[in-house]
Design a protein around this ligand. Structure first.
Ligand code: ATP
Ligand code: MG
Length: 429
């Protein structure tokens, strides 16, 4: 049996890295005062059609759809925003006294794509959504989250690219301009783009097939058509980013693959990556019309989603080590089977007192147990045998310095407390 195409298993080093980044994201979200949200992995297909947009690649080609046993059309979520918007509406967060509503999420997403480096069919996103505020400062706050996360991880060669897609007024005007521009060149475009021309000409600019065509480079830029409101909003976002000392480039080519964006859109790209066209680490923007489209309540929103796989891949390319080496505070060794229960109860005591501890479950001899302690990179080893029980004291070895101590059983916790520090230098603990 093999895993489905485009999926992967997590274990060992990759598992430790994943947990490390997730812990980091979680603490960061605490600092930003965002609330954790979790929504179902499947929802009625209708939600994603409306939410993500009928003309997007995601909806036209990439969704995992199924009919459940009650004959309902369901879809495995391709992204996190639509579900959170649904939850926001269903739980009436728009009536909450706390505004804006700031949410963060982490979980698997599903898209039927051609698997390649940085592109999977099941992949994980960490993201945020903020509802209820038009303030350009919230756009800047949202942009600062992935930037700070990447900074905490030590990533160097990343670039924030920002653009504005304008409001409805802007979009209507720009749509005309784009159609007039592309109409004489229709036969140069791929079949998908020919279809996009009528339905959503903006999508043409995001085409991965036609991307390098000369007509793409010379296409009119939406920034030149922004309404007064949108221009003002965009300028303020940039000013606040300056105040926050977040570097960015204005990149008029950023359109994004989802239909719901209005005004600010941004991407963070890894300039050093081996990911090729998959070098977008995270992407997001403002979606002032999405909530209304899904549920009728007119609420502005802004958010981003960050791909875990690409992040981990770029950390590897940049040679960034997350200190995810195996580590154990204490490995407890019974001298022989007679002392197994003593070892287990000591291990239990240590764990309850906040240490990481393990013991032998394979009835190994002393020598193999020492090897095992080394494999776990255990800082201390405690041995329990006949002498230890008779004298009511434990033999404690510092596995690094090889020093040996005799410690009374009821003093073991304070003994270890003094010697095992928090690993503050580590980014993950
Ligand atoms: P791309 O242009 O690379 O297809 P997208 O526009 O579809 O990306 P979003 O839907 O905005 O991307 O998702 C945000 C982030 O999620 C991406 O920047 C990327 O890091 C990650 N991501 C998207 N699709 C995949 C995938 N199939 N496999 C792994 N990560 C993905
Ligand atoms: Mg995509």
């Amino acid at each position: 049996m093999q895993k489905p195409k485009g999926t992967y298993d997590v274990y060992g080093e990759l598992g430790r890295k994943t947990i490390c980044i997730l812990n980091l994201a979680r603490t960061l979200m605490d600092k930003y005062n965002y609330e954790y949200f979790r929504t179902p992995i499947f929802e009625p297909s209708e939600l994603f059609h409306r939410g993500v947009g009928e003309t997007t690649d995601i909806v036209t080609k990439e969704t995992y759809d199924f009919v459940d046993r009650g004959k309902r059309n369901m879809t495995l979520r391709p992204e996190g925003t639509a579900g959170i918007v649904r939850s926001y509406l269903e739980n009436k967060f728009y009536a909450s006294p706390v505004q804006p509503v700031k949410a963060w999420y982490y979980g698997p997403m599903y898209r039927y794509e051609q698997p390649q480096a940085g592109r999977f069919r099941e992949f994980y996103q960490f993201g945020v959504e903020v509802f209820g505020s038009f303030d350009p400062a919230i756009d800047a706050e949202v942009i600062s989250i992935p930037v700070n996360l990447y900074k905490m991880l030590g990533l160097k060669n990343i670039k924030v690219r920002i653009n504005s897609l304008g409001d409805t007024e802007t979009r209507l005007k720009y749509r005309e301009v784009l159609m007039n521009y592309f109409r004489p060149h229709l036969n140069e475009l791929c079949d998908d783009c020919k279809a996009r021309f009528e339905k959503n000409p903006l999508r043409i600019l995001d085409c991965k097939v036609d991307h390098n065509l000369e007509i793409m480079k010379n296409a009119p830029k939406i920034l030149d058509y922004l309404s007064e409101n949108s221009r003002k909003h965009f300028n303020e976002v940039l000013e606040i980013l300056d105040t926050m000392e977040i570097e960015y480039v204005v990149d008029p080519e950023i359109v994004r693959g989802l239909d719901y964006y209005t005004d600010t859109v941004f991407e963070v790209t890894a300039e050093s990556s081996k990911l090729g066209s998959q070098n977008t680490l995270c992407a997001g923007g403002r979606y002032n019309n999405l909530v209304k489209t899904i549920g009728g309540v007119d609420t502005p929103g802004v958010g981003f989603a960050l791909g875990m796989e690409r992040l981990i891949s770029v950390l590897e390319t940049e040679g960034i080590n997350l200190n995810t080496d195996q580590h154990l505070d204490i490995y407890v060794i019974p001298m022989d089977e007679n002392y197994k229960k003593n070892a287990i109860s000591l291990t239990q005591l240590l764990r309850l007192n906040g240490f990481s501890a393990d013991t032998d479950y394979m009835n190994k001899n002393l020598k193999s147990n020492f090897k095992q302690a080394d494999r776990f990179n255990s800082e201390f080893i405690i041995i329990i045998g006949e002498n230890e029980i008779k004298n009511n004291e434990l033999t404690v070895k510092n596995n690094k310095t090889r020093e040996e101590f005799k410690v009374k059983i009821d003093e073991i916790i304070s003994f270890l407390d003094e010697r095992i520090e928090e690993h503050e230098e580590s980014i993950c603990e």
